[in-house]
Write a protein that binds this ligand. Structure first.
Ligand SMILES: *Cc1c(COP(=O)(O)O)cnc(C)c1O
Length: 390
C-alpha cells in the first residue's frame, strides 16, 4: 500500500467523519462498568439522548448496529402473526420490512418507485379499510438514505389520528437523528430507531430505541421471543445509569462528547447547517444537469443527495475513479439503484469548505469518467453559500 497524503474524504451518507474531538474522547482506558464513575457516564448519555430525540420518555442504547434496534422495536411491542404496515420508499425500508417478516410478522408492504416518501393518503386509505384494527404497527423510514428522500412523519401521525386507529407508529431515524429535525414526542411517535454512525458522528456500533408510554404498554402484552433486546431489564438498569450486560464503554465516551457538541452548536443551528449545505449540493447538481432520484422538492433530504447518471454510465466506475484519483468515497447505488445512482453524503461533522472539496471531487470525477455534464456546479454552489453567509 502506498501512503496517501492528506485526509480521506468519507462522503458516504454514513458512517460519517468522526470529528477529532470525539476520537479523543473515545481514546481512554476502559473503566469498571459497575463503578460510580461509569454510572455518571451512562446517565449523561441516556439523559442527553432524550434531548436529541426531543422526548421525555426513555431512550435505550444497544451495543449493536441499527439493524439490531429495528429488531428490538418489533420484538418488544408485537406478537407472532401481527399485521404491520410498511412502505417501499427504498432500500432501508425494504430491509426493515424483511426483518419484520423474518420475525414472523405479517407485513403489508405498500410498493413504491423509490423516488417519493410515504404517501399519507395511502396510509389513511389502508387504515380506513382496516375496520377491525388488525394492523398493529405502521413502520416509516424518516430519511431514506438510499434515495435522498425524507418522509413527512407528522402527516403519517395525522392519518393515524384522523382514522382513530390504535396502531403504533414506528420511525427509523437512523440517518436523520442529529441532522434533520426529529420531534419524537410532538410527532407522537411510539418507537424510534437510531444509530451512532450517521448524524451522531460516532463510529458504528451503537443503536437506539426511543419509546413512548404506549410503546411501554404494548411491551407488556407483546409475546415475540426476546432476551438480549428486551427493554424491561434495560430500563431497570438504566434508571441508575447502568446496563444489564457489558456496555460499549469506549463508544459511550464518544456519545457523551457527541451530545455535548450537538448541544453546544444547538439543534436548530445543526439542522440549519445541514439544510444550507444540502441546498448547495442540489445547486451544483442542477448546474451539472444530473437528475436527482428524489422527485418531490418538499421531500428533498438534507443529509444525502442521490444523483442518476445518464444511460450507459456506471456509478461504480465513477466512484472507483474518484476514490483512486482523489481519495474520496461516495455512496454507492443500493438495491435497484445499483449501477445507476451515486450518493453524496453531506451530514454529520461537515461544513462549507468540506462540501466545496466534496463537490470539486465529484465535478472532476465526472470529467475524468467522461460523464456528460455542464461545468460550473462547484462555482454555483459556492456562490449560493456565499450569499447565505453574507
Ligand atoms: C444506515 C441505515 C440503517 C442500517 O444501519 P446499520 O447500522 O447498518 O444496521 C437503517 N436505516 C437507515 C435509514 C440507515 O440509513
Amino acid at each position: 500500500m502506498t501512503h496517501r497524503a492528506g485526509r480521506h474524504f468519507l462522503q458516504i451518507p454514513g458512517p460519517t467523519n468522526v470529528p477529532d474531538r470525539i476520537l479523543r474522547a473515545i481514546d481512554r482506558a476502559t473503566i469498571d462498568h459497575r463503578s460510580g464513575e461509569f454510572g455518571e457516564l451512562g446517565a449523561e448519555c441516556l439523559t442527553g439522548l432524550k434531548a436529541i430525540f426531543q422526548t421525555e420518555s426513555p431512550v435505550i442504547i444497544y451495543p449493536s448496529s441499527a439493524t439490531g434496534a429495528w429488531e428490538a422495536a418489533l420484538v418488544n411491542t408485537l406478537s407472532a402473526g401481527d399485521r404491520v404496515l410498511a412502505f417501499e420508499t427504498g432500500h432501508f425500508a425494504n430491509l426493515w420490512a424483511k426483518v419484520a417478516s423474518n420475525l414472523g410478522l405479517c407485513v403489508d408492504l405498500i410498493p413504491g418507485d423509490w423516488r417519493r416518501g410515504v404517501d399519507a393518503e395511502q396510509v389513511a386509505e389502508k387504515l380506513a379499510a382496516d375496520r377491525n384494527h388488525e394492523i398493529q404497527a405502521v413502520m416509516a423510514v424518516h430519511n431514506e438514505t438510499s434515495t435522498g428522500v425524507r418522509s413527512n412523519v407528522p402527516a403519517v401521525r395525522h392519518a393515524l389520528n384522523e382514522a382513530k386507529h390504535p396502531a403504533l407508529l414506528m420511525v427509523d431515524t437512523v440517518s436523520s437523528l442529529g441532522s434533520i429535525d426529529y420531534c419524537h414526542d410532538e410527532w407522537g411517535v411510539d418507537v424510534a430507531i437510531g444509530g451512532s454512525q450517521k448524524g451522531m458522528m460516532l463510529p458504528p456500533g451503537l443503536s437506539f430505541n426511543a419509546l413512548s408510554p404506549r410503546a411501554l404498554e404494548a411491551s407488556k402484552r407483546s409475546t415475540l421471543p426476546k432476551s438480549y433486546w428486551r427493554w424491561t431489564e434495560m430500563l431497570a438498569s438504566n434508571s441508575k445509569g447502568f446496563f444489564p450486560y457489558t456496555p460499549a464503554t469506549g463508544l459511550l465516551y464518544g456519545l457523551r462528547e457527541a451530545i455535548r457538541m450537538l448541544q453546544e452548536e444547538g439543534l436548530p443551528c445543526v439542522f440549519a447547517r445541514h439544510a444550507r449545505l444540502a441546498e448547495a449540493a442540489r445547486v451544483a447538481a442542477r448546474q451539472w444537469g444530473l437528475e436527482m432520484v428524489a422527485q418531490n422538492p418538499s421531500e428533498y433530504s438534507n443529509v444525502v443527495t442521490a444523483l442518476l447518471l445518464p444511460d450507459g454510465f456506471d456509478e461504480k466506475a465513477l466512484r472507483s475513479l474518484i476514490l483512486e484519483k482523489l481519495n474520496m468515497s461516495l455512496g454507492s447505488g443500493l438495491g435497484k439503484l445499483a449501477g445507476r445512482a451515486f450518493r453524496i453524503g453531506h451530514l454529520g461533522d461537515f461544513n462549507e469548505l468540506m462540501l466545496a472539496g466534496t463537490l470539486a471531487g465529484v465535478e472532476m470525477g465526472l470529467t475524468l469518467a467522461g460523464v456528460p455534464h455542464r461545468k460550473g456546479g462547484v462555482n454555483a454552489a459556492l456562490e449560493y453559500l456565499t450569499r447565505r453567509l453574507a
